[in-house]
Design a protein around this ligand. Structure first.
Ligand SMILES: NC(=O)c1ccc[n+]([C@@H]2O[C@H](COP(=O)([O-])OP(=O)(O)OC[C@H]3O[C@@H](n4cnc5c(N)ncnc54)[C@H](OP(=O)(O)O)[C@@H]3O)[C@@H](O)[C@H]2O)c1
Length: 284
C-alpha cells in the first residue's frame, strides 16, 4: 500500500489549518469514547450500534462518538485487526468488540449480525458504512471493477439490513452512507462507477424508509463531502487535495468527526426518515 498515514495526517492538518494535537470539539470523552463504564445517565445508555468499516475513517469516528454517548459498539473491519483493536481499546472492552467480516458478502453480514446479537442481544443503530472508491469512467471499468464496487457498496448494505431487521426493536435507526457527489455538478467522469453504487444507496434509503416505517424504524442516509480519511487521501497528490478542498466554501476537507456527529443525530432522530443529509461545509 502506498498510502502513508503520517504524511496524510500532516496534509490533513495543513488543510484543516490546525495542529494535529487539537480535537474537533475539545471534549475528551467525545475524542476517545471511553466512559470508564459509567454510562447510566448518557443518552445512548443501553443502545447497541453495529457499524461496518468501523476501524478507520468515518466508521471509526462514528464508533467513538456513539460510544461517548453511552452506546455499546460492534467494530467491523476486513483486514486491519490492529486498527480495529485500537478502536475497541479506546472505547473499552466492556462495551465494544471487533468482528472481522467481509461486509460485502451475505455470509459476512450474517455472521456480523449473529455475533452482535449473541453478545448484545439486539441492534438499535445500524450503520452500513464500509465502502470503496474506485476511480473508473465508462471506458475503463472492467466487469471485475463493477462487481467489486457493487458488492461492497450496494450488496453488503442491502443484505446487512435484511439480516439485521429481525433483531432491530421499534425505535431502531438505520443510517446508510452515500456521498455529496451524487448531487454535485463538479463531478468528473471517473466517479461514474462509485456514484452508480451510491445512487443505489440513496434509492434504498427512500424505499426502505417506507417498508420499515411500519416497524417504527427510521432509515436515513448521510452524504458526506470530501472527508480526510484513508479512502479519500489514498493516491491523491497534495495539489489535488488542495484543489478538491477549494470546492468547499470553507476551503478545507471535512473531518471524520464532523460526519460522525450527523450520523449520531440520525441514529436517534424520531420523525425524520427517507432523507439524504449532505454534510459538506456548503459545497453542494
Ligand atoms: N472519505 C470521503 O471523502 C467520503 C465521502 C463520501 C462518502 N464516503 C463514504 O464513507 C464510507 C466510509 O469511508 P471512509 O472514507 O471512512 O473509508 P476508510 O477510511 O477507507 O475506511 C474504510 C473502512 O472500511 C473497512 N472495510 C473495507 N473493506 C471492507 C470489507 N469488505 N468488509 C468490512 N470492512 C471493510 C476498512 O477496514 P480494513 O482496513 O480492515 O479493510 C475500514 O475500517 C464509505 O462508504 C465511503 O464511500 C467517504
Amino acid at each position: 500500500m502506498t498510502f502513508k498515514i503520517a504524511t496524510t495526517t500532516a496534509i490533513r492538518d495543513k488543510i484543516f489549518h490546525r495542529n494535529s494535537s487539537s480535537s474537533s470539539n475539545g471534549d475528551a470523552t467525545a475524542m476517545n469514547g471511553h466512559t470508564n463504564g459509567n454510562t447510566a445517565n448518557m443518552p445512548l445508555a443501553g443502545k447497541v450500534a453495529l457499524i461496518t468499516g468501523a476501524s478507520k475513517g468515518i466508521g471509526r469516528a462514528t464508533a467513538v462518538h456513539l460510544a461517548s454517548q453511552g452506546a455499546s459498539i460492534v467494530v467491523n473491519y476486513s483486514s486491519d485487526a490492529n486498527a480495529a483493536e485500537e478502536v475497541v481499546g479506546q472505547i473499552g472492552r466492556e462495551r465494544a468488540f471487533a468482528v472481522k467480516a467481509d461486509a460485502g458478502s451475505v455470509k459476512g453480514v450474517e455472521d456480523l449480525v449473529k455475533q452482535t446479537v449473541s453478545r448484545f442481544g439486539k441492534i438499535d443503530i445500524l450503520v452500513p458504512n464500509a465502502g470503496i472508491l474506485p476511480m473508473k469512467d465508462i471506458e475503463t471499468t472492467t466487469e471485475a471493477d463493477f462487481d467489486q464496487c457493487m458488492t461492497l457498496n450496494v450488496k453488503g448494505p442491502y443484505f446487512l439490513v435484511q439480516k439485521a431487521i429481525p433483531f432491530m426493536p421499534a425505535g431502531a435507526r438505520i443510517v446508510l452512507v452515500s456521498t455529496t457527489l451524487c448531487a454535485a455538478s463538479t463531478v468528473t467522469p471517473n466517479y461514474l462507477l462509485y456514484l452508480t453504487s451510491k445512487g443505489a444507496i440513496e434509492q434504498m434509503t427512500r424505499v426502505l424508509a417506507k417498508q420499515l416505517g411500519s416497524k417504527q424504524i427510521a432509515v436515513n442516509a448521510v452524504a458526506p463531502g470530501p472527508t480526510a480519511t484513508e479512502l479519500f487521501m489514498k493516491g491523491k497528490p497534495e495539489q489535488v487535495i488542495k484543489t478538491i478542498s477549494s470546492f468547499s466554501p470553507q476551503n478545507r476537507l471535512g473531518r471524520p468527526e464532523e460526519i460522525a456527529e450527523v450520523i449520531a443525530h440520525l441514529g436517534v432522530t424520531s420523525w425524520m426518515s427517507g432523507q439524504i443529509v449532505r454534510v459538506n461545509g456548503g459545497m453542494a
